[in-house]
Each structure stands twice: as structure tokens, then as C-alpha cells.
Design a protein around this ligand. Structure first.
Ligand SMILES: Nc1nc2c([nH]c(=O)n2[C@H]2C[C@H](O)[C@@H](COP(=O)(O)OP(=O)(O)OP(=O)(O)O)O2)c(=O)[nH]1
Length: 133
């Protein structure tokens, strides 16, 4: 099973969402940016590294949500490990993705998400409803 971290990056009530490019697997679907853990890397370190590589911004993982085990039609299995993250600085510049948006919470459900991300989205919205944080 491949461990993949992903970042729910919050800034001023909005969340950063990214669209996969035509060259990636799951082309044009939306996701939380992130990527695979390297050997001996912590989840948090992998996420900080991936976000710097993919978006050129600095983040701080703050709160881990429930991970999602997802099996793709080709039998590849991933564990998607989400963290709510604080945006620390830098301007977004895409190195791999096709596009990005700072989405309001109410717009998050409108994106065409990677299937593994749906439970993450639901848990996140549920948490926000109950905490108003
Ligand atoms: N980063 C990220 N990956 C996700 C999400 N949802 C989801 O199914 N994935 C999948 C896509 C990839 O199979 C894998 C992430 O690996 P990666 O982000 O390093 O992708 P990659 O560029 O190496 O992708 P690949 O085309 O080589 O498979 O997890 C998500 O929200 N964020």
C-alpha cells in the first residue's frame, strides 16, 4: 500500500484545491495537493516537502484527519493521509498541476474530486460545521 499525504491548506476562510494535469493519473480531477512518502520520512515532513515542490509555498500541518484506504480499478491501493494545514507564506506557482483555486467552504462540493478525496472532504466539512474553527 502506498502512503500519500495531502494538505487542506486554509487561509482566510478558504481552502486551496488543485486540479491534476492531463499528464497525471486521474487527469483533470481535483485533489488536495500532496504526494507519496519517501522512505523514512514522517507524514508531516513529506507534506511540507511536496507542497514546496508542487506549489512553492510554505505550510505547517496542524491537524490530522482520518486516513482513507482507496483501491483503484487497476488494484493500486493508496492510504490517503490528510492534514489540515496553515498557510505560512509564498506565492502559489504550479509545477505539476493544471490549475488551482482558493475555494470557499460552500463551494468545495462543486469540484470534480478524485474518488479517494470524497470521505476527506466530508469529514472536513463536518468538522467545520461543529467547531466553527
Ligand atoms: N496528492 C494527492 N494524491 C491523491 C489524492 N487523491 C488521490 O487519489 N491521489 C492519488 C493520485 C496518485 O495515484 C497518488 C499520489 O501520488 P502523487 O501525487 O505523488 O502523484 P504522482 O504525481 O506521482 O502521480 P502518478 O501520476 O505518478 O500516479 O495518490 C489527493 O488528494 N492528493
Amino acid at each position: 500500500m502506498i502512503k500519500v499525504t495531502c494538505a487542506i491548506i486554509e487561509q482566510q476562510g478558504r481552502v486551496l484545491v488543485t486540479q491534476r494535469s492531463g499528464k497525471m493519473s486521474q487527469p483533470f480531477l481535483w485533489e488536495y495537493p500532496g504526494g507519496k512518502l519517501e522512505p523514512n520520512e514522517t507524514e508531516e515532513a513529506a507534506l511540507v516537502r511536496e507542497i514546496k515542490e508542487e506549489l512553492n509555498i510554505a505550510i505547517e500541518p496542524v491537524f490530522r484527519l482520518t486516513s482513507v484506504i482507496h483501491t483503484f480499478p487497476d488494484n493500486l491501493v493508496i492510504e490517503l493521509i490528510p492534514f489540515i494545514c496553515r498557510y505560512k507564506g509564498g506565492n502559489v506557482s504550479l509545477t505539476e498541476h493544471r490549475s488551482y483555486q482558493w475555494s470557499t467552504l460552500s463551494d468545495l462540493k462543486k469540484y470534480d474530486w478524485c474518488p479517494a478525496d470524497i470521505p476527506v472532504l466530508n469529514e472536513y466539512l463536518e468538522l467545520k460545521q461543529h467547531t466553527n474553527a
